[in-house]
Design a protein around this ligand. Sequence first.
Ligand code: ATP
Length: 287
Amino acid sequence: MDKLELKAYGKINLGLDVISKRPDGYHNLDMIMQTVDVYDDVILTKIETDGIVVKTDTTILSNGKDNLAYMAAMSLMEEFGIRQGLEIKINKRIPIAGGMAGGSSDCAATLMGVNRMFDLGLEKEELMERGVKLGADVPYCILGGTAIARGIGEILTPLPAPPKCHVVIATPPVSVSTAFVYGNIRPDKITRRPDIEKMVNAIKEQDLYQLSELLYNVMEEVTVPKYPIIQDIKDIMLEDGALNAIMSGSGPTVFGLYDNREKAEKTVEVLKAKELTRQLYLTKFIQ
Ligand code: ATP
């Protein structure tokens, strides 16, 4: 196999709670992760020249050794002593630094792709063990679908698919530093938290209305006061008929869930007209 084309899907958090700060500097989280049909293309091609070459269709992303796809390929190829030259072409659609785990997903896709391309014979769990060393969300991106993620995000419990709905994903043109959000969140001071157990029940019972009501992300307490555009987007989604709308991950991406496609399309039109986003998708959950 000389060429392999992969889809690296983004995720949203239906629920996100920060439980405590750990001695190692990470935070213990309690999240419900959901894959959405927004993906980067990750194309692996064997090349004649030595080494790993990353090419992306954006200038704001590193092509070098700090690209997570490069790190994924390098770590596996070093471990297995593979000397073959490899090009990794990435077409980005997942908003960069958007709270949708785009980098982690490119990393996960590359681990899975290199494993297949060079017949390394690693099982999913073995790839996940290697992935967590590159990023806390990488094991989830390898698993995909719907899952509870605890610990730093690496302790995963798969869930059944949630009820079908329309999902509007809107990323405002602001940069939110993940370090800023974690640095300013006080787990002991959080007064409202998502009820993850109830959310799991709503998913199992296929109750979109109950699930929508329960969507909650504690990180909004830090990001919304600093970036009011996040609230503006949430308000527009709710005015236009979203069942609910919250921020994903550490932001600034906002998503809204809809039981009606026309209403979701209306939101997209309004957000476009008001020029409130740098990226905007009308999409769906995928497993
Ligand atoms: P998370 O939801 O896991 O916090 P995120 O969606 O906020 O992640 P990403 O787009 O995954 O953010 O990227 C975070 C940073 O990782 C970027 O600012 C970028 O410098 C770096 N990075 C390295 N490789 C990649 C990649 N292939 N795609 C995107 N970002 C990458």
